[in-house]
Design a binder for this molecule. Sequence first.
Ligand code: AMP
Ligand code: MG
Length: 430
Amino acid sequence: MSELGESPLIAGERHLSVDEARAAIAAALRPVTDTLAVPLAGALGRVLAADVVSTIDVPAHDNSAMDGYAFDGAALAAGSALVLRCVGTLFAGAPFAGQLRAGECLRIMTGAVMPPGLDTVVPSELARVEPAADGERVQVAAGAVRPGENRRRRGEDLAAGKPALRAGRLLRPADLGLLASLGHEQVAVRRALRVALFSTGDEIRAPGRALPPGCVYDSNRASLGGALRRLGVEVVDLGLVRDDPAALAATLEQAVASADVVLTSGGVSMGDADHVRAVLARMGEVAFWKVAMRPGRPFAFGPLRRSGGAPPAWLFALPGNPVAALVAFYAFAREALLQLAGAEPRPVPTLQARCVSAIRKRPGRTEFQRGIVEPSPEPGGGWQVRLTGAQGAGILRSMSEANCLVVLHHAQGAVAAGEPVDLWLFDGLV
Ligand code: AMP
Ligand code: MG
């Protein structure tokens, strides 16, 4: 039985829509299962391995939400002021041991524990305080505060026994704070994905060297490496590979031995495909797709065998053109890598904005144009998007200047100026 069942991955060379390609990839992948404990400081962007159930109430006690005066709210009478005698001060971290009588209050600091019997805090700025022989007099004006106000309740943030975070959570700064508030100094996460990355092409040169005529610097390893690192994966950089079957096979062997995913660019367009196809056919079940999209049409995906019964390494062979490589990464690899890492599904954040100019487009393929989304200069005009000049698949500047991709869907036709379009925001993607 094939690793891939009846998916389009074994259908050989086909034209697929972007959505079909994404669905086929998602159906094939299985997340990594190994877990490890890491200190909170190293857990940002990692995937939570198991539900975290709160073992304590946070906060552990009712406490004051304001600097002010704490008293028994039952003494408030609608329409009339209340005068209280202040008999002491409560600081955060120092619980009150005494007992209050009717008509008394305590000065209280934010976070200080509410003593038994006191349930209401009037903020300092709403209290009129006058000195008196037996302690300060505190006057609470009619309507200044309702009974129970300005008190944070025990367990209102996290209640003991309730789940605080679910498995699969991609840990964000606030989540680390939440774990710390429960007293955790470590957290169980899935192991990071290892992604082997290399570029292909006889004409490609590493930056830092002289550039012979007809050659170009390797920009894909820099941009794809950045996109990978932002996703929190471990990058195994395998450098540059010539358009030579033996060199490609040797590098792929090395990649498969060390990584869960192999990400390549170049070498999958028509001119290159034959020798690449022969190498890959020996190593696994990689399908070459012509995806109905622009840029990024040639794309290959599939499993590469590993020794010793290990799960396969997944090959994502992206097109070589620098914009096409990044667009294909966002369209196909980003969510797949999160899925493999065990993260809960995180669709690309999509926003709508008015397109300032018309865009020509024919139905039957998905187009990703580079855009700049910004607030409309007209008051109340919402967001608008404009394209970043020349949109060739090799013009990396169009991508660098952009802050979003304008997504023109498969069935969508031309867009008129002023019409809303869907956007994938780079912040959140990367
Ligand atoms: P290919 O997909 O190999 O046919 O490459 C398509 C175009 O992208 C060619 O113009 C290549 O020179 C260019 N290209 C391929 N790989 C890279 C790379 N790593 N960095 C910059 N340009 C590249
Ligand atoms: Mg090439």
